[in-house]
Design a protein around this ligand. Sequence first.
Ligand SMILES: [Fe+2]
Ligand SMILES: [Fe+2]
Length: 263
Amino acid sequence: MRILFIGDIFGSPGRSIVKHRLPSLVKDQRIDLIIANGENSAGGFGITPAIVEDLFELGIDVITTGNHVWDKRELIEYFENEADNPHSPARRVLRPANFPPGMPGWGLFQGTKRNTPYAVINLQGRIFMGSNDDPFRIADELLKQVQAKIILVDFHAEATSEKMAFGWYLDGRVTLVVGTHTHVPTADERVLPGGTAYITDVGMTGPYESVIGVKKETVVAKFLSNMPARFEPASGDVRLCAVVVDCDDSSGHARSIERVMLC
Ligand SMILES: [Fe+2]
Ligand SMILES: [Fe+2]
């Protein structure tokens, strides 16, 4: 199976480049399964059920999120309203599994694509992030529930050390550990010795003439003044950042991971 993982989609510029570049990318790379982090897809902050539908319409199979998941109240209601329907599209929108117990939503999705079972896990780091449960031990618990060999993990975290340690911790047990959240792509993609594809951060899909997606003037002014500021998405230099992972269906081990950056 060939898997495409798209980094944090930021605002309408990010959604627009996905819409325009995804069809040819899927064709050229012979992609079977598409996962995207959508935590910033609604104006940079959160995601709405309408945007979820739009992204699924483009061919994305599963959407992951992170610390911005609750920014739009509609998403909380969406999770709550669909809680009893295991076939709802809402089930294919994940929030970090190590959030406090009892929160709305799910951190694990198990599905089938082209007759091949797969699982997606979303977890969040603890260094320079909100306080969550231990992502390492929660990952162990979740993996006990998964039958599929192909397992994709979005580790939404800030610190490179925590992300690398997490990649090594899961090496040989999952197909992919992809870092998200910093919005800055790293050049360290590789297949670890146990067969897990890894990258510290896949990067943002959105405007790069910005400070991690936000209008640069606003963020510079905030650093200078420390006054509250209204953050709005930037619009210049829009790029799509992703990784393509090729894996063996029977073992779930990755054969290759390739970084993609489209303008
Ligand atoms: Fe993000
Ligand atoms: Fe984030």
